[in-house]
Design a protein around this ligand. Sequence first.
Ligand code: ADP
Length: 359
Amino acid sequence: MAIISEGESLQKSDISDNKKNSSREAVLPAENEFDMNFENNIRPKTLDEYIGQSQLKETLKISLEAAQKRNEPLDHLLFYGPPGLGKTTLAAVIANEMGSRIKTTAAPALERPRDLIGILMSLKPNEFLFIDEIHRLNKLAEEILYPAMEDFSIDRTIGKGHTAKTLRVPVPKFTLVGATTKAGSLSGPLRDRFGIVHRLEFYTKEELTFIVKRTAGILNAKITEDGAYTVASRSRATPRIANRMLKRIRDYAQVKADGIITSEVANSAMDLLKVDKFGLDITDREILKLLIEKYDGGPVGIETIAVALGEDVRTIEDVYEPYLLQAGFISRTPRGRKASPEAYRHLGYPVSSIQKGLF
Ligand code: ADP
């Protein structure tokens, strides 16, 4: 069955083998049932609880209100951006705000045409369908989606061989929410069928501090303002990482301190987890070291980086690179990735060793 979850209990366990195999899991362990419950408890349910992304929220509120006034389903939405920024959460929040249910799946679970047809036929009017990693949909599935998105119908082939006939069958009016880490990998025709396309931004430290405090409240963890700010500062501007870090730090505070997460406790716990003051973990630092030590700062192709570190190219591109770019530790050129002066400084290399003329 291709539906991963129904209703509000969004789960991500089967969604991304890519995310699961990432060595980031050394810091953030694989999801289990306990993690799932934790995820479900801390996910915001309304737009007001959903912190940050203020511009996106503003435009969404208008679209939501307009659709509600017309009593029509919301336009299809596409959210893109690095993992953990809140695409899945936002999809569920929107469905909730529209008073509808959401069915959640991911492109790799829709290999056979009948998987997608089955889901589309099972939708109820005005329901939401969330497809994660939508850039990984195969051509057949895409072609099923086109008429479904445009005319709320699908083409079904009845019979075999020369007696086969194609029938257009209606499906209930629904809203598709696609999420992807790679908007550029989406085919043009699919992308064009989304009425609302938005990029999710990294979070400011203040926004993340708010999220950390909110999660701490749900977890009944005691945290000081400084403690929350420290967790936020070292969480790669990403809510999922901040929340997971908080969970680990809470354990540390219970065992090594008096249970209260102060800035000092958070710093010690994150040092132990080998997360540095910018939130970079071992793999991030290995990427930067590779660029600096082996390639004089670069440029280096993404494949070379992946092979050298024994990582999947997609993991480097989707999980590690976006934050390294955002934080200014690397830059992207047509010839590959380059380490920035900040990367040299951060890792303690003399900036004078940067190849002349490259920056
Ligand atoms: P994505 O789908 O982009 O990979 P998710 O929607 O799964 O990211 O979000 C990861 C976690 O971060 C969720 O469990 C959620 O609790 C938290 N989160 C994401 N965005 C927000 C937000 N804007 N406000 C509060 N928490 C958030």
